[in-house]
Design a protein around this ligand. Structure first.
Ligand code: F6R
Length: 613
């Protein structure tokens, strides 16, 4: 989604800001802009399209001396919500005096009423955005103290915001604040960088402060002063970023997505390392922060998330019921938050989110806590809002995921869920021997994934054959059902092929009507319970002319023969096999998209983290 960068220090602000925006490009956006201060003037350049367009425009409209002089500025990548991605709607927005500039992530819900009131006072607006209204409101509140003006304005807005504001009248500071949209402040040596995401900061410093909701900070080149909206000073710790700048580079791969697919053996090793107890046949997940008694008393596990994280939750559902003998449910976070769920203190709510910032998942966490459930999170981004609000949880340690299409986060989420199910299971009905067996299977996940990645050339050759189709169906049963859903999601988001995932049994309840000669059906026919029934469904599809690509188990020649094409994955436990199976589908989708010439890392209309409802 939208990205914010702010800079104040000794360097050339425009270059720092543009480099920062580049690091946020992965989040998805459709226009960009920046504002710098030159003496008493706010200079703004904005452009629809990519940061490269903005960079060229900045170079052609601003003199090199101006660029070198200006050492304070704010910048933004916008993912259109209110109004199309035009130059006028791009951020930064100015107030009526044109001396205050604002960049904003989030949504000001009462902007229409505020706009009407300001128009009544003679304000003119040039854009359709809620953000311009906030800029004018800050200007309207400014009686000579920018911090106070921002505070007064924020008291009047309803909705969510992460903002950075500068004023030509106070050129030594940037004011930044958050409610529901993340802000991280990088504390450098004589320079301070503000961003909506640490990846824009890591090239400058690893020392960061995460703002909490309703924090508002005065940021200078060498100080950060934080207060709450009632002007009461608050203290926030300086944290150390656990990522390095190289992690945000492609490292020789054509796309971040391919790099991240290849990183999975290492990412999974990091996820699993130190978390398996092979003597006891259990998992060591201190982040679950529950005593064996509490675990034994849990009556239900509710897994909430969105998109790919929701699909990981579905694999978790099978694992919790199979291994831990505990009733498990999965729910789309947006639905969960609004349907007034029945929850109590023996319910264990697990919020799954790579970014830790997804608005609906965060709201689900708040709802679950309100209702007294035991809440924990599975996040990848350290220090993210969901991780901090839940207080307890298990980090994925998968490393930064830059590609919009999630890959390594999914496999790490599944690995953690399997370990959680094992830990819970050992407190219930799983024997030590069975626990040891399962722990060893989990331990082998990185090497299983490496074996799938080693087949990339073959997978690419198959993918090429399927790349001209406009429709595809993915089918599976048991734990392969969520893999089918995830495979379809991957394919549609990066290749724009219309892809649907179905339970294999569901196909003949309607979707089979869509099969025609040559329609691709990707069948998850791994050798686990239920495979024979899936093969029956494959025959039904074949009888209607479908072209079948099977994801099968190594050495299963009979199943291979039932397919037009197949990708074989290593044999392992049924739950564990979800991981190599999904990796095969990630590679398949990637290569299909590549052969269709798609913009893989930043698919149209998509954003990396969805911080609005
Ligand atoms: C798909 C994808 C999305 C995310 C979803 C939730 O490839 O990336 O479906 O999984 O937006 O995001 P997180 O996990 O950050 O909450």
């Amino acid at each position: 989604m939208c990205g914010i960068v702010g800079y104040i220090g000794k360097a050339d602000a425009a270059s720092v800001l543009i480099n920062g925006l580049r690091r946020l490009e992965y989040r998805g956006y459709d226009s960009a802009g920046l504002a710098i201060l030159d003496d008493d003037r706010v200079m703004v350049t904005k452009a629809p399209g990519k940061v490269a367009v903005l960079k060229d425009k900045t170079r052609s409209s601003w003199a090199p001396e101006l660029m070198q002089r200006a050492s304070i500025g704010i910048a933004h990548t916008r993912w259109a919500t209110h109004g199309p991605p035009t130059e006028a709607n791009a951020h930064p927005h100015l107030d009526q005096s044109e001396e205050i500039a604002l960049v904003h992530n989030g949504i000001i819900e009462n902007y229409r009423a505020l706009r009407a009131r300001l128009e009544g006072k003679g304000h003119h607006f040039y854009s359709e955005t809620d953000t311009e209204v906030l800029a004018h409101l800050i200007g309207d509140c400014d009686k000579g103290d920018l911090f106070q003006a921002v505070t007064d304005a924020l008291h009047q807005v309803e909705g969510t915001f992460g903002i950075a504001v500068l004023s030509a009248r106070e050129p030594d500071r940037i004011i930044t604040a958050r409610r529901g949209s993340p802000i991280v402040i990088g504390v450098g040596d004589g320079e301070t960088i503000i961003a909506s995401d640490a990846s824009a900061i890591v090239a400058h410093t690893k020392r960061v402060i995460y703002l909490d909701d309703n924090d508002i900070a005065i940021v200078t080149g060498d100080s950060v002063e934080i207060r709450d909206l009632n002007n009461v000073p608050v203290t926030r710790e300086i944290a150390e970023l656990g990522i390095d700048a190289a992690a945000a580079e492609k490292g020789g791969f054509e796309h971040f997505m391919l790099k991240e697919i290849h990183e999975q053996p290492d990412a999974l090793s990091n996820t699993i390392r130190g978390r398996l107890d092979l003597d006891l046949g259990s998992a060591v997940l201190s982040g679950m922060a529950t005593s064996p008694r509490e675990l034994a008393e849990l009556s239900r596990v509710v897994l909430v998330g969105c998109g790919t994280s929701l699909h990981a939750g579905l694999v978790g559902e099978y694992a919790f019921e199979d291994m831990a003998d505990v009733h498990a449910e999965v729910e789309q976070a947006a639905e969960f938050r609004y349907r007034n769920p029945l929850l109590g203190s023996r319910d264990f709510v697990v919020a799954i989110s790579q970014s830790g910032e997804t608005a609906d998942t965060l709201a689900a966490v708040r709802e679950a806590r309100q209702k007294g459930a035991f809440v924990m999170s599975l996040c990848n981004v350290v220090g993210s809002t969901i991780a901090r609000e839940t207080g307890r949880g298990v980090y994925l340690h998968a490393g930064p995921e830059i590609s919009v299409a999630s890959t390594k986060a999914f496999t790490s989420q599944v690995a953690v869920l399997l370990m959680m199910a094992l830990k819970l299971g050992r407190g219930r009905r799983v024997s030590r021997d069975e626990g040891i067996r399962f722990a060893r299977e989990i331990e082998s996940i990185p090497s299983l994934v490496s074996k799938v990645i080693a087949q990339s050339d073959r997978i690419e050759a198959i993918a090429k054959e399927y790349s001209a189709n406009e429709h595809a169906f993915f089918i599976g049963r048991g734990p392969m059902y969520p893999v089918a859903l995830e495979g379809a999601l991957k394919l549609k988001e990066i290749s724009y092929i219309h892809a649907e995932g179905y339970h294999a049994a569901e196909l003949k309840h309607g979707p089979i009507a869509l099969l025609q000669e040559g329609t691709p059906v990707i069948a998850l026919a791994v050798d686990i319970p239920g495979k024979d029934k899936t093969l029956g469904n494959v025959e039904e599809c074949r009888a209607r002319g479908a072209r079948i690509l099977g994801i099968i188990s190594e050495g299963d020649h009979e199943t291979a023969e039932a397919m037009d094409d197949y990708i074989a994955i290593p044999r392992t436990d049924p739950l564990v096999s979800t991981v190599p199976a999904v990796v095969a589908l990630q590679l398949f989708s990637y290569f299909v998209a590549k052969h269709r010439g798609c913009e893989i890392d930043q698919p149209r209309n998509l954003a990396k983290s969805v911080t609005v409802e």
